[in-house]
Write a protein that binds this ligand. Structure first.
Ligand code: CTP
Ligand code: MG
Length: 231
C-alpha cells in the first residue's frame, strides 16, 4: 500500500486579503504551504506528496521548498475551486491511498496524519468500498439557526452531535477519483461530502485544536502565538 498526500495550496485567500495567495503568506518566516508540507513529509505513513498551486506559482513554490531545505515535490496547477484543485492533485499520483490536506492548516502534526491514515485501514471494508476518514473536533459554540434577512433566531441547534471537520481527509485513491468524476457542481469545501453523497461511509477521528484553518488575519496571529509558546 502506498500513500500520497495531496496538499492543496491553489486558493487565492480572498477572506485573508493579503497581497499574495494565502498559501504563500508567511508564518514564523516560512510560507504556510512549507509548514504543512514539512508535517506531511514527517508523517511515517506518507510515501509521496503532490503540491497543488496556482498555475503561475509553480516556480515560486519550488523556490520556497528549496529555501526551506525540503526535497523537491511534484507541483501541479490547481483549478478555480478547491474541488478542481483536489482533482488535479489526485490525477498526479498512482498511490493506493490519498490524504488530502489544506495548506491553510499549517500546524497539523505528523502524528495526526498517521492516525487518520491508520483509521482508513481500520474502517476499510471490502463489502463497502466507498469509505473515508477525517479528523474533527466537537463544536464548542452554541449554535443558532437564523433567518438571514432579519437575523432572527429560529431555534438553537443541539451541538452534541455536531463536529467541525478538519483535514487531512483520507481515501482510497480509486474512491476519491470515482466520486470526483460524478461531481457536477464543484463548490464543495471538502471531499468527504462527495463520498457521503455517493452513499459511502465516512468516519471521523478526534482532531487537534492546533490544526485549525487559517482563514482571516487573526488566525495567523494565533498560529504565530502558538508556535512561540509551543503549546
Ligand atoms: N484551494 C485550492 N484551490 C482553490 C481553492 C482553494 O487549492 N481553487 C485550497 C486553499 O489553497 C486552501 C484550501 O483549499 O489550502 C482550503 O481553502 P480556503 O481556506 O477556503 O482557502 P482559499 O480558497 O484560498 O480562501 P478564500 O476562500 O478565503 O478565498
Ligand atoms: Mg476557499
Amino acid at each position: 500500500m502506498t500513500v500520497a498526500a495531496v496538499l492543496v495550496a491553489a486558493g487565492s485567500g480572498e477572506r485573508f486579503a493579503a497581497a499574495a495567495p494565502k498559501a504563500f503568506v508567511e508564518l514564523a518566516g516560512e510560507p504556510l504551504l512549507v509548514h504543512a508540507l514539512r508535517a506531511l513529509l514527517g508523517a511515517a505513513s506518507i510515501d509521496e506528496v503532490v503540491v497543488v498551486v496556482g498555475e503561475q506559482r509553480r516556480a515560486q513554490a519550488a523556490a520556497a521548498l528549496e529555501a526551506a531545505g525540503l526535497p523537491p515535490a511534484a507541483l501541479v496547477a490547481g483549478g478555480a475551486t478547491r474541488a478542481e484543485s483536489v482533482r488535479s492533485g489526485v490525477a498526479a499520483t498512482a498511490a493506493d491511498v490519498v490524504a488530502v490536506h489544506d495548506a491553510a492548516r499549517p500546524l497539523v502534526s505528523p502524528g495526526l496524519v498517521d492516525r487518520v491514515v491508520a483509521a482508513l485501514y481500520d474502517h476499510t471494508d471490502t463489502s463497502h468500498p466507498l469509505s473515508a476518514v477525517a479528523p474533527a473536533l466537537a463544536v464548542v459554540d452554541t449554535l443558532k439557526l437564523v433567518e438571514p434577512t432579519r437575523m432572527q433566531v429560529l431555534h438553537t441547534i443541539d451541538r452534541r452531535a455536531l463536529w467541525a471537520v478538519q483535514t487531512p481527509q483520507v481515501f482510497a485513491r480509486r474512491t476519491l477519483q470515482r466520486v470526483h468524476r460524478r461531481l457536477k457542481v464543484t463548490t464543495a469545501t471538502d471531499d468527504l461530502v462527495l463520498v457521503e453523497e455517493a452513499g459511502g461511509r465516512v468516519h471521523l477521528i478526534e482532531g487537534e485544536r492546533r490544526n485549525f484553518k487559517i482563514t482571516y488575519p487573526e488566525d495567523l496571529a494565533m498560529a504565530e502565538a502558538l508556535l512561540r509558546t509551543s503549546c
